[in-house]
Design a protein around this ligand. Sequence first.
Ligand SMILES: *Cc1c(COP(=O)(O)O)cnc(C)c1O
Length: 379
Amino acid sequence: MPVHRTWVELDERALVSNLNVLRSLLAPGARFCAVVKANAYGHGLRETVQILARNGVDAFAVDSLDDALLLRSLLPSAVILVSGYVVRERLAEAVRAGVSLTVYDKETVRALDACAGADVRTAAVHVKVETGTNRQGVLPEGLADLLETIRACPRVSLEGVSTHFANIEDPADTRFATLQLSRFQEALNAVHAAGFTPPFVHCACSAALILYPDTHFSLVRAGISLYGHWSAPETQLAAIKHMVKCDLSPVLSWKTRVAQVKQVPAGVSVGYGLSETTRRPTRLAILPVGYWDGYDRSLSSVGEVLIAGNRCKVMGRVCMNMLMVDASAVPNLQPEQEAVLIGRGGRHHVTAEELAARTGTIAYEVLSRINPTLPRIVV
Ligand SMILES: *Cc1c(COP(=O)(O)O)cnc(C)c1O
């Protein structure tokens, strides 16, 4: 057993299996880009990327420049795309590290040209096109101007064109996704008409990768599916209905150990705010994990953890660094015993989806909020 009190385990076999399943779905000519933003969706950036790189992944997307620089130090020749915002003062660092940037305005392109020129290097950019998500992206009416600016900047090279879907997870209504795809296609036509042939054309996230091969173009950006989770329950149902062969296994387990065992009578309150009272004599297990670690405070009195294969309900409020569970059902409960916050134990499985449903969010948030300072152990 690890010497940690609370830790995350990565199942390497599951990660590699998910990767191979997803790669088998790629349209001919499409390359695979692993989305490893947010500490690889909570899985641990270093650990995850090292496994993926060993298994042939050579393109990665991150949100921040700092993550990109870390990746560059690990992977000298991979394609590393920053999909998020970089402050202008730090653009030169990106150019120096050979990191590709997402751009959508002329000012950034000109600033890149200036710092790339000083460095005698080329800045690789991916133009993000606004097609209806109204997040980042150049509006269609600004695209021609942006392309002209890139043409006028000799140190900037157009490496990619991209967009991002707003509503691709639920296939019940594909109209908006179809509209976005046709806007993207129009933008691509404009890019080609302007004389550019960027090697990377990309718009597909996990749900698009799995359900719509016509979105693959020359690159797909897969995140959640790589980690063994579905974008939404509807995505999984549609994949089953259309007989897409896509078996995904969760990669991450989250574990801790019992710090103290305490038998208390009926009628005592547990934790801050006296929010919950024991209904019967109760064996409490005190666990060294709380909301700082990423165990959401709204799991107070409703979350369940697994100890020796038994579901044990959270009692009272989740604290910053501790929580209490009702472990009365666990025979011979001992301090130091392992408790599973996410993962399997006996016949039970606490999934990230279960915690998400209990807290009104999605698995993406549950996973990505697991505190990055907790150890990640590859098993
Ligand atoms: C997060 C993200 C993805 C990955 O989405 P998944 O649903 O996790 O596959 C792809 N593209 C962009 C721009 C993203 O922000």
